[in-house]
Design a protein around this ligand. Structure first.
Ligand code: MF3
Ligand code: CO
Length: 280
């Protein structure tokens, strides 16, 4: 989701970041559960039902459902659908690329995260490359956050990674990107997936940002379907979309929606994650 968000970022206390972490940890477990159910023959509607059931069973609330009239708990975007696909009767098939985006609310605190899966084996090297570059673009954006002075450095890192690995092959969209997150799912600031002239607000402890690169094979051309949600590539390529909610603390950054707070992925890229806000 991307709008021009000009209000001030919401700065969280360490106690509030602990609640954000609880929300993010639950969401990470929901994504793990969904990953276990992805197979040929399952419908996207069944995955949505499982997500809603688990979130409510854990005493949390879905935040997508009812958001500006959105009708489901998760967005499931298959193949050429880039983002905001509505779950329903679609049956997953071998080789499909399936991006699941979801979020929840724990004690008023929102989380938002997306993963792209392949059903079975990749259909092509191009699909494998799309998913790998999109995932690494997310981690490069998160790594940038760890040392950045301004929010705009995240998008610059994402763009640089995509250009280095897939210039002319994979494209970002200018219309959709990440956002602040906290007592609402979408807050200031915008977190773009590319370098902008505006360097964005200063990064300070207590900021929580959802970073969400999405990439398309081929031109960044898309249409909105008649449901007013589904964003579909029209250039013939497929898409991937991955997202984590992150927090900046006095001790460094935490990936709120990663099971280990981002520790292992960050360490692999030479960055130490902050201690888990839950002391886990
Ligand atoms: N991660 C998505 C975004 O920030 C969440 C969309 S929520 C929906 O765009 F309810 F609008 F689908
Ligand atoms: Co988001």
């Amino acid at each position: 989701m991307s709008l021009l968000r000009r209000e001030r970022p919401e700065i969280k206390t360490p106690e509030q970041i602990s609640l954000m972490r609880r929300s993010g940890l639950l969401l990470s477990r929901v994504h793990d559960m969904l990953a276990d159910h992805i197979r040929p023959g399952v419908t996207t509607g069944e995955l949505d039902r499982l997500a809603e059931e688990m979130i409510r069973d854990e005493g949390a609330l879905p935040n997508f459902k009812g958001y500006q009239g959105y009708p489901a708990t998760v967005c499931i975007s298959v193949n050429e659908v880039i983002v905001h696909g509505i779950p329903g009767a679609q049956v997953l098939q071998e080789g499909d690329l399936v991006s699941i985006d979801g979020g929840c609310i724990v004690e008023g605190w929102h989380s938002d995260a997306a993963r792209t899966h392949v059903v079975g084996e990749f259909r092509s090297e191009a699909d494998r490359h799309l998913v790998e570059v999109t995932r690494e673009a997310l981690w490069q954006g998160i790594v940038a956050l760890a040392s950045a002075r301004r929010v705009g450095e995240i998008g610059a890192a994402i763009e640089d990674h995509v250009d280095a690995e897939a210039l002319g092959e994979l494209c970002h969209l200018e219309e959709f990107g990440g956002h602040g997150i906290g007592t609402a799912m979408h807050q200031a600031p915008d977190v773009m997936n590319f370098r902008t002239r505006d360097r964005g607000p200063r990064i300070v402890p207590g900021m929580c940002l959802a970073i969400e690169p999405m990439l398309v094979q081929g031109p960044a051309e898309w249409e909105m379907l008649a449901d007013d949600w589904t964003v579909r590539a029209t250039g013939g390529g497929r898409a991937a979309h991955v997202e984590h909610s992150t927090a900046v603390t006095e001790q460094g950054i935490v990936v709120l929606t990663a099971a280990d707070g981002g520790a292992s992925e960050l360490a692999a890229r030479g960055v130490a994650a902050a201690p888990d806000p839950l002391g886990a």
